[in-house]
Design a protein around this ligand. Structure first.
Ligand code: MN3
Length: 199
């Protein structure tokens, strides 16, 4: 099955002022499209043809960088668009909030750890909230990697490549990460992934 670029689940200007129309026009329409196109070209004629996206991401990690980098980023961005929504942030659904408090001590401490992971990722990459061995944890990965290749399930991720924030926040990555948590996160989608991972 070849990769296709999905439409954004909202209008390009729907996340303003926290993420601009211009950022989404570049990030979704050009950057994500390039991962789709380059991934499809890299997979042609390889053992990965006909496999599911998750199988391709896991199977190519450490073995085929051209396939992995593009498939990994396709996987990450498919979810990233759904991890945001207009008027996001706010109240975390009950069962997920309880799990966060159990794992981190408080929602505030989770947010502190998540921002620290994003700020601490040197260069391009992602910060994550993941489920591993039935527990919630925060992690960070370089480039197109995700918790998927480390035996965990990502339930929330934020893109800290400069293309995700430089137009709107310039070099202020911490401000972007705070705005992401407070005003953009679609907690219903995070809770959906949490429920699926917990089963
Ligand atoms: Mn990106």
């Amino acid at each position: 099955m070849s990769f296709t670029l999905p439409d954004l689940p909202y209008a390009h200007d729907a996340l303003q002022p926290f993420m601009s129309k211009e950022t989404l026009e570049y990030h979704h329409d050009k950057h994500h499209l390039a991962y789709v196109t380059n991934g499809n070209n890299a997979i042609k004629g390889t053992e990965f043809e006909g496999k599911s996206l998750e199988e391709i991401v896991k199977g190519s990690h450490g073995k085929n960088p051209a396939v992995f980098n593009n498939a990994g980023q396709h996987y990450n961005h498919l979810h990233f668009w759904k991890w945001m929504k207009p008027n996001g942030g706010g109240k975390i659904p009950g069962a997920l909030e309880k799990a966060i408090v159990d794992s981190f001590g408080s929602v505030g401490k989770f947010k502190e750890d998540f921002v620290a992971a994003g700020v601490g990722q040197f260069g391009s990459g992602w910060a994550w909230l993941e489920v591993k061995d039935g527990k919630l944890a925060v992690s960070k990965t370089p480039n197109g990697e995700s918790p998927l290749v480390h035996g965990a399930t990502p339930i929330l991720g934020v893109d800290v490549w400069e293309h995700s924030y430089y137009i709107d926040y310039r070099n202020r990555r911490p401000d972007y990460l705070k705005a992401f948590l407070e005003s953009l996160v679609n907690w219903d989608y995070v809770a959906e992934r949490f429920d699926a991972a917990a089963k």
